[in-house]
Design a protein around this ligand. Structure first.
Ligand code: TTP
Ligand code: MG
Length: 242
């Protein structure tokens, strides 16, 4: 497919207003189209802070973030955010039907496109089991759905937009290993040349990524494949053994 977006961090440092310590410190990496770049690290390592810099929810203190070589500070916010399908760590659904919730990402998506997104997100089976299918009503904040079902609807919401860049912040954490694996392989197949940035805490979710970024206390502790990091990265080894 034509459209693609390479994301590059160059010595990026970011600090929350008034914070003494930087949440993200001197981070550099390249996330390429058609590939999965995973970010792993313990709680508080700065994973969410890092990915939120890409849609420019916050401005960085120093360094630069480039999309296809263009500094995101030089792009119109609308142009930048249109490229990004961001699934937040605490994705929220609203009261409305499943279709309405998925379509929140793309108002003019057809029923078929909604179904295709649910299929890729491994949500089609539980949706079809409901009497009203995609027209099933979701109670406030999804109280009639499990955590993993909510995560998959939030993923479908990003997929239906067919963005150039996907950001999944811990979006697989409530899924069992089998569903997690099926979802990631469906994503690989269906998202073509998109850039996938995937945050996770468990090694199983990141181990077949094209590159894994290990974050520790806001700093880069290593970049490599699972095999490379397993060999020589003590922080990664600790995560594997935990
Ligand atoms: P996070 O970026 O939230 O760390 P994380 O996403 O790696 O952790 P988790 O696995 O639990 O999701 O936090 C990094 C640091 O930034 C931490 O010290 C908390 C701080 N922080 C704020 O001060 N304000 C914020 O809005 C967020 C998100 C984090
Ligand atoms: Mg987080």
């Amino acid at each position: 497919t034509g459209a693609h977006a390479e994301v590059e961090f160059k010595n990026v440092t970011f600090r929350y207003a008034g914070a003494e310590k930087a949440a993200v410190e001197d981070i550099s990496f390249l996330a390429k189209p058609g590939e999965t770049t995973a970010i792993i690290g313990s709680t508080g390592a700065g994973k969410t802070s890092l990915v939120q810099l890409i849609p420019r929810f916050y401005d960085i203190e120093s360094g630069s973030i480039l999309v296809n070589g263009i500094d995101i500070r030089e792009m119109k916010q609308h142009t930048l955010r249109e490229k990004i399908g961001y699934v937040p760590q605490k994705a929220s659904l609203f009261s409305g039907t499943i279709a309405e919730n998925v379509r929140f990402g793309a108002k003019d998506a057809t029923d078929q496109e909604v179904m295709d997104a649910l299929q890729t997100a491994q949500a089609i089976d539980f949706v079809n089991e409901k009497e009203d299918g995609i027209n099933t009503y979701i109670e406030q904040a999804g109280s009639n759905l499990s955590g993993g079902q909510k995560q998959r609807l939030a993923i479908a919401r990003a997929l239906v937009r067919k963005p150039e860049i996907y950001i999944f912040d811990d979006s697989f954490s409530a899924l069992d290993y089998k569903t997690d694996a099926k979802l990631r392989s469906a994503l690989k197949e269906e998202t073509g040349n998109s850039t996938i940035i995937l945050v996770a805490q468990r090694v199983n979710t990141v181990m077949d990524a094209d590159r894994i970024i290990v974050l520790n206390e806001g700093k880069l502790a290593g970049i490599g494949t699972h095999e490379e990091l397993l060999k020589d990265n003590t922080i990664y080894q600790e995560i594997v053994e935990s």
